[in-house]
Design a protein around this ligand. Structure first.
Ligand code: FMN
Ligand code: SF4
Ligand code: SF4
Length: 257
């Protein structure tokens, strides 16, 4: 029986949701699947030989975030003989340069990427920037994503190529925008996040689950400069205690865990 490895990074569950749809689609086609949050995946300790890789992440500032790139490069070595799909989830309707980095990195290696594709999902960043996707659109976005997973899986397993990739010029320009955003905008936004002490019960779940260990709930500016703004903390607090610019956080929950 063929085996597939699914690795994902996800802040507010959109990407985890798509990864789970891929799991179902592969299993329905008689492929055994192991699925991991990429941050928890122990590549060195896993001796299973996989035929297929499905790897995905949200895009931040039009690119795969550095946390995903670093982990995928570390955990999927270039000499791994495997056929791969890379997917992204995003709010935008059109292609971003998110796939260029992995496509260029694994080119001419044993990791054979035959599919790169993106899923339009509800926007999770509306507390900070952009507008909220109308709740009335959530269902159709999720249904469309589900159909797309089926199509991609069939195409991929039949051996056809489906590579969506932007020009390298656009990719390098976006890399500069990404670096500037993470140098200036994101730390500035993080500095405006606070925790409502009347609500916080000091359970520390947010600190424990932060992928970059960027929280100190006892500080008046609890989000540290290393925050990547994945929003796991803000959207999973059982007391909805997070605030941005002293306003209650509008919690993002189109997908239940
Ligand atoms: C810091 C940050 C930056 C984002 N930048 C973009 C962007 O440039 N373009 C876009 O379409 N969506 C952007 N988004 C929206 C997310 O990519 C989208 O909602 C994604 O599906 C969230 O996935 P997750 O729930 O798995 O974390 C951004 C989200 C965050 C948190
Ligand atoms: S998860 Fe919420 S309640 Fe728990 S420590 Fe963090 S802010 Fe406080
Ligand atoms: S502090 Fe930043 S990186 Fe950590 S969970 Fe919260 S938003 Fe994500």
């Amino acid at each position: 029986m063929n085996k597939a490895l699914i690795l994902y990074f996800s802040g507010t569950r959109n990407t985890k949701y798509i990864a789970q749809l891929f799991k179902k689609a592969f299993e329905a086609r008689n492929i055994q699947v192991d699925i991991y949050d990429i941050l928890k995946y122990d590549a060195a300790g896993n001796k299973t030989k996989y035929d297929y890789l499905v790897a995905g992440s949200p895009i931040y500032v039009e690119l795969y975030p550095e946390i995903f790139i670093t982990n995928i490069k570390k955990k999927v070595a270039k000499n791994t003989k495997i056929k791969a799909i890379f997917f992204a989830t995003q709010a935008a309707k059109s292609l971003t340069p998110s796939f260029n980095e992995v496509y260029n990195y694994y080119k001419n290696s044993d990791v054979e990427i035959t599919c790169t594709d993106y899923f339009r999902m509800p926007n999770n960043f509306y507390n900070f920037l952009f507008t909220k996707t109308p709740v009335s659109q959530y269902r159709s976005l999720l249904d469309n994503a589900s159909k797309k997973v089926e199509l991609i899986t069939d195409e991929f397993l039949s051996g056809s190529r489906n590579i969506k990739k932007a020009s390298n010029a656009r990719y390098y320009f976006t890399k500069v925008m990404y670096a500037l955003s993470y140098k200036f905008y994101i730390p500035s936004a993080a500095g405006k996040v606070s925790i409502n002490s009347d609500r916080c019960v000091k359970c520390k779940a947010c600190e424990k689950n932060c992928p970059t260990k960027s929280l100190d709930i006892n500080s008046s500016t609890p989000v540290l400069k290393t925050c990547i703004m994945c929003q796991k903390c803000m959207n999973n607090c059982s007391q909805n205690a997070f605030m941005y610019k002293n306003k209650e956080f509008d919690v993002y929950k189109p997908i239940e865990s």
